[in-house]
Ligand binder design. Structure first.
Ligand SMILES: [Zn+2]
Length: 363
């Protein structure tokens, strides 16, 4: 297992979601390598199947394992097709030369481009510098699109695999917490309350439930089966079903409190909740910002990559400062996009295939 995922696991951070995100990134890198190196779909497909297989093996939640496998493989196909379409008409063989020529006006690169330009295109009425500019524009927008694409759990909805993963991990944790209560001999529980709770959970919070599915009255307070709150389903257009109730749903922060005579769920003051929520939202947004910039840095070429690296470093610094200022922990694993050792292997392999091609390739 990658060292930072192991670290995240030891820290109790959501490492399975990080693993899924990393795998998406590695898929994107493979797709880029495949298109730039003109691999066949069979070669790319073999590598992707291997990569996804390895990642999915690490996932511990059985249902998430299967959903991740299906979603990541579909994502690879869809992202590959989109990238190929966005790169249509771009002669990838001369990419390094076009970069050198557009960024530094390199003369020997210009000669290579001219040769390719003449053999590839009948219409040479367009000046070479304009051709190179258009070429790079196409490449940049294709790479940006690839960088921003994400695996979906269901392509008819906007539910990303990352969301599903977070949801599954949280559900698993709640199952464990519930099991612990049952093991401790508890049955009647409150669903905790917090101000500004979601509309979805509003009607369930602060009420009494039975984990074993009983209905009744205790000390004059009514209770009902807990599944009435948890087993609420949402079905997408394509017919995929998600559990989206209280305790079970995406982003639900409610938890179960064992009932004792006279106790009531403690309500956190609204302003405290609002402040914490804001910090939380800001943290997640900042982490996303760092990851996006790092991804753009890795997928870009030339000056763009350098710029994006600086942006990523500056964002990461701001993120850490923000966390310190607000007295909350920051997680390197949440802004990590992959492990360099693993990628080095992937790249070595892609280079080897590339080298083999180059010897046969005439520009
Ligand atoms: Zn909830």
């Amino acid at each position: 297992m990658k060292h930072y995922l192991k670290q995240a696991k030891d820290e109790g951070v959501n490492w399975q979601t990080a693993l899924i995100e990393d795998t998406e990134t590695e898929i994107k890198l493979l797709i880029r390598a495949a298109v730039f190196g003109a691999w066949t779909w069979a070669v790319l497909n073999r590598k992707i199947t291997e990569l996804v297989g390895k990642a999915v093996d690490e996932i511990e939640i059985a249902e998430l394992k299967e959903r991740a496998r299906v979603s990541l493989l579909a994502f690879a196909t869809i992202a590959y097709r989109a990238f190929v379409a966005a790169m249509a008409g771009v002669n990838v063989k001369i990419l390094p030369q076009v970069v050198k020529y557009t960024e530094r006006g390199d003369k020997s690169a210009e000669r290579v481009i001219r040769r390719a330009y003449r053999s590839d295109y009948f219409d040479t009425a367009q000046p070479l510098n304009e051709y190179a500019k258009d070429y790079m524009k196409k490449v940049h927008s294709a790479l940006d699109e690839l960088a921003m694409s994400t695996a979906k759990d269901d392509y008819s909805s906007r539910v990303s695999l990352r969301n599903i993963s977070e949801m599954s991990v949280r559900w698993e944790e709640k199952q464990k917490a519930r099991q612990k209560l049952i093991d401790d001999g508890e049955d009647i529980v409150w669903i905790s309350t917090h101000a500004n709770c979601s509309v979805r959970c509003q009607k369930y919070q602060g009420r009494l439930y039975s984990m074993s599915g009983q209905s009744g009255v205790i000390d004059g307070i009514k209770y009902e089966p807990l599944t009435n709150a948890t087993d609420v389903f949402y079905t997408t257009k394509s017919g995929k079903t998600y559990k989206n109730g209280c305790i079970s749903g995406y982003n639900c922060r409610h938890y179960l409190i064992p009932y004792r005579k006279g106790n009531r769920p403690f309500e956190v003051p609204a302003d405290v909740v609002e402040k914490q929520r804001k910090i939380n939202r800001t943290q997640r947004a900042m982490e996303r910002g760092v990851r996006d910039a790092r991804l753009v840095a890795e997928l870009s070429i030339g000056e763009d990559a350098q710029k994006a690296k600086k942006v990523a470093a500056a964002r990461y610094k701001r993120y850490r400062e923000y966390c310190k200022r607000n007295n909350v922990a920051y997680y390197p694993s949440r802004v990590q996009i992959w492990d360099s050792d693993v990628l080095a292997d992937v790249w070595q392999e892609s280079q080897a295939i590339d080298e083999g091609r180059k010897s046969r390739m005439k520009i």
